[in-house]
Design a protein around this ligand. Structure first.
Ligand code: GUN
Length: 284
């Protein structure tokens, strides 16, 4: 039987409606709108598209956004200076530096400069450390969004063997921490894993975030498993596909996310959620 699709697009729209209500409630109570500052360095076309989406999303829910577009030649010291200014600006609740940064700018130093209570990407070592210690504060948007999606389908984490494929700082590692926090038994596969297929074959829940189309074969998926595909790959013919061989996986899984329309919209919604949560925190 074909899997049910997990409708991230529809669920994200409902979350945005909730966030808009939260923002409107604030303004009715005389509180300021949440503010998000986005820093974009250089002219990577994909990054420009992502930042444009973030700006539109903010507008839709009533969050004040500002985008600082800096040339590729911007120095690390200049980026840090702008972060210091936003750190000190009480109208800015969230700061997001779009990645990747040009090679001459060290992304670790940049991320560490953002005040942890304004780190709406959830990438600062403070926020990752909170997640490690089971006291999450601002949570990385993609893994947070995946957890919300899984909760929406009644995923029984505590009884499940979960396999995360990919160990990036943005997706795989925080995803494994989120699943552990939720009570799943977690295995992480990465480029040095001897037999990823064997791990995936026994998994009740598979989350894949690598950025390689067709990396996970459909026939590896256990009957009745849940499959979350975080990959977004643009093919030569313009199609967007994930990292999982979707058509075959769908025949075996119980639940599966489509690409597009699965995880992507949830990541964007969780950025708005984090910005609203940061504003509430800043109210004191
Ligand atoms: N580039 C790709 N994904 C992300 C993300 O989630 N946050 C930031 N800041 N940059 C990205």
């Amino acid at each position: 039987m074909a899997a049910e699709l997990i409708d991230g697009k529809g669920f994200a729209a409902r979350i945005r409606d909730d966030i808009k209500r939260g923002v409107d409630q604030r303004t009715r109570r005389g509180l300021r709108r949440p503010g998000l500052a986005v820093i974009l360095v250089g002219d990577d076309p994909a990054s420009k598209v992502y930042v444009g989406h973030k700006r539109n999303d903010c507008e839709q829910v009533g969050i004040e956004s500002q985008v600082l577009e800096l040339p590729f030649s911007t120095t690390e010291a200049e980026v840090l200076h702008h972060i210091d200014e936003y750190n000190a600006d009480p109208s800015v609740d969230g700061i997001l530096v779009q990645l990747p940064l040009p090679r001459h700018v060290d992304s670790t130093r940049v991320i560490e400069r953002i005040r942890p209570d304004k780190d709406v990407d959830g990438f600062h070592p403070y926020n990752i450390g909170r997640l490690v210690q089971r006291i999450p504060a601002l949570r990385p948007c993609t893994p947070f969004g995946v957890i919300r999606l899984l909760e929406s389908i009644g995923e029984p984490f505590k009884e499940r063997d979960a396999v995360v494929v990919g160990a990036s700082n943005i997706v795989g590692r925080p995803m494994a921490l989120e699943l552990l926090l939720a009570g799943a038994t977690v295995t992480v596969c990465h480029r040095f894993t001897r037999d990823t297929e064997a791990h995936v074959r026994q998994a009740d829940l598979v989350v894949v975030g690598v950025g390689k189309p067709g990396l996970v074969k459909g026939e590896w998926i256990k009957e009745g498993a849940t499959v979350i595909d975080v990959g977004i790959n643009r093919m030569d013919d313009g199609r967007l596909v994930g990292d999982v061989e979707f058509d075959v996986a769908r025949e075996r899984a119980a639940w599966i996310t489509p690409v597009p329309g699965g995880v992507g919209p949830m990541t964007r919604a969780m950025l708005l959620q984090n910005t609203l949560d940061a504003a509430r925190h800043h109210d004191g």
